[in-house]
Design a protein around this ligand. Structure first.
Ligand code: PRP
Ligand code: HPA
Ligand code: MG
Length: 179
């Protein structure tokens, strides 16, 4: 799969080191709050799995599956709930765990939803932030890395459902997605 990459942006070592740092910060911030970590499927799965292991306080995990991209590389702008939470968010300190914030449409939808459901607090941790992709004003509370305005894959991020299982993040060669 490495042959499909134009460039490796973040190595496995860089990602894992950053997750340890984020884990320490989150541990300090949420100690004794029993936060609800909401992983946004499917992209956030590898990050969620590694992040919770780096957090040293009690927490609860749940997952939400929303989709606004389908098979496309551009957000449709319409966020669809594919799987809702099993957990009540009322009165909870919710931490949304994302792999990437691009247009910001997925997250702004989720933040509003959890506020409407009366969460005590709603914060966001994202591994990657692509600020140049923004269509709505949204700044995450915690960010791993800023990425350039290119389509990135790996560590949860897919192109047509592939590359999610890479331990690193890279930029695909144009011939891969141009077919
Ligand atoms: O800021 P945005 O422009 O909304 O983009 C970010 C969202 O898009 C991707 O998910 P996608 O909807 O492709 O589903 P997936 O996680 O299953 O790949 C990604 O995992 C984020 O959830
Ligand atoms: O750059 C990206 N790569 C993969 N999935 C995405 N979803 C939003 N932006 C991206
Ligand atoms: Mg995707």
């Amino acid at each position: 799969m490495k042959n499909d990459m134009k460039e490796i942006l973040l190595t496995e070592e860089q990602i894992q080191k950053k997750i340890k740092e984020l884990g320490h910060t989150i541990t300090e911030e949420y100690k004794d709050h029993f936060p609800l970590f909401v992983g946004v499927l499917k992209g956030a799965l590898p990050f969620m799995a590694d992040l919770v292991k780096a957090v040293d306080t009690h927490l609860e995990m749940d997952f939400m599956d929303v989709s606004s991209y389908g098979k496309s590389m551009v957000s449709s702008g319409e966020v669809k709930i594919v799987k809702d939470l099993d957990t009540k968010v009322e009165g909870r300190d919710v931490l949304i765990v994302e792999d990437i914030i691009d247009s910001g449409l997925t997250l702004s939808y989720l933040i509003e939803l959890f506020k409407y459901r009366k969460a005590k607090s709603v914060k966001v941790v994202t591994l990657l932030d692509k600020p140049e992709g923004r269509k709505v004003d949204l700044v995450p509370d915690l960010t791993g890395f800023i990425v350039p305005d290119e389509f990135v894959v790996g560590y949860g991020l897919d192109f047509a459902e592939r590359y999610r299982n890479l331990p690193y993040v890279g930029i695909l060669k144009p011939e891969v997605y141009e077919g």
